[in-house]
Design a protein around this ligand. Structure first.
Ligand SMILES: [Zn+2]
Length: 271
């Protein structure tokens, strides 16, 4: 049996973190990723006795007994692939916290956004049993857009849909926006989870973005599409000197026609 380090789920984590860094979304130690292991993947773990137990309050019941592969606090996505057993690890979630079963060598620990990841997984699992991945990074154009414009869930979603025809197909459920908050707190976890009841992407204004999905590619693709649309919107604003809606962008009727043709329902088009 091959070592867990070389398993597909870990290799794909190395690939997505490196690709995110290469896109400029994860400077220095920015960003974090977690993945809920399936039973088969847990089987590849060759489980050792738990090394460390950490108490965490208010663990969602639905996650107790699940195994989470998660990036370490202070890990650098540029080099994570070269330090997998130090910069990532697997924890088993228990009623009052978690136990470290693999990785986190050199006394590393999970990301400071651990609680947010736990709440995000619990919320999305309650909506889609195939949900598996949570990704947070500092996608440049999305952050810049939230610095330049006063954004709400509705305004950001409509702006991004209106500049890139396929974005409404990729995220018909829209993008949620949270006002700026201190990162790493229980509160940002609670607020994010609330928005995840109806969205798969949440923008933390003036900070970054979080996406959830059934696999790594799903999460990467959501952010890639939103960031591309944000770049188009920023360039459009800069070149024309006018607000997005005053340019030759897609109208709501255009967006409704896309939804009709591709059989998706656009969240903010009925209002
Ligand atoms: Zn961040």
């Amino acid at each position: 049996m091959k070592q867990f380090e070389h398993s597909q789920v870990v290799q794909e984590l190395c690939a997505i973190t490196y690709d995110m860094w290469r896109n400029g979304w994860d400077e220095y130690n920015g960003g974090n990723v977690s993945y809920l292991l399936s039973e088969d993947e847990v089987g590849e773990l060759q489980e050792a006795a738990p090394r460390v137990k950490v108490e965490v309050e208010a663990i969602p019941e639905s996650l107790v007994g699940r195994y989470l592969l998660i990036t370490a606090s202070g890990s650098h996505f540029r080099t994570l692939k070269d330090h997998v057993k130090r910069d990532t690890g697997v924890v088993r979630i228990v009623t009052n916290g978690y136990e470290v079963l693999w990785g986190f060598e050199e006394n590393r620990k999970p990301t400071s956004e651990f609680y947010m990841h736990i709440l995000a997984h619990a919320k999305r699992l309650s909506i889609n049993p195939h949900h598996r991945v949570v990704v947070h990074n500092h996608a440049t154009n999305i952050v810049l857009y939230s610095l330049l414009n006063e954004v709400t869930s509705r305004s950001l979603t409509l702006d991004l849909w209106s500049v890139l025809t396929e974005s409404i197909v990729v995220f018909p459920d829209g993008i949620a926006v949270l006002p700026w908050e201190v990162p790493g707190t229980h509160q940002i976890g609670l607020d994010t989870a609330e928005e995840l009841a109806e969205h798969r992407i949440v923008v933390w204004a003036k900070h970054g973005v979080l996406s959830t999905g059934v696999d790594y590619q799903d999460c990467f693709g959501l952010i890639e599409t939103a960031d591309k649309a944000a770049k188009l919107a920023l360039d459009l604003q800069r070149i024309s000197g006018k607000p997005i809606a005053e340019n030759n962008v897609l109208s709501k009727d255009n967006l409704r026609a896309v939804c009709q043709a591709l059989k998706v329902k656009g969240k903010y088009l009925g209002e």
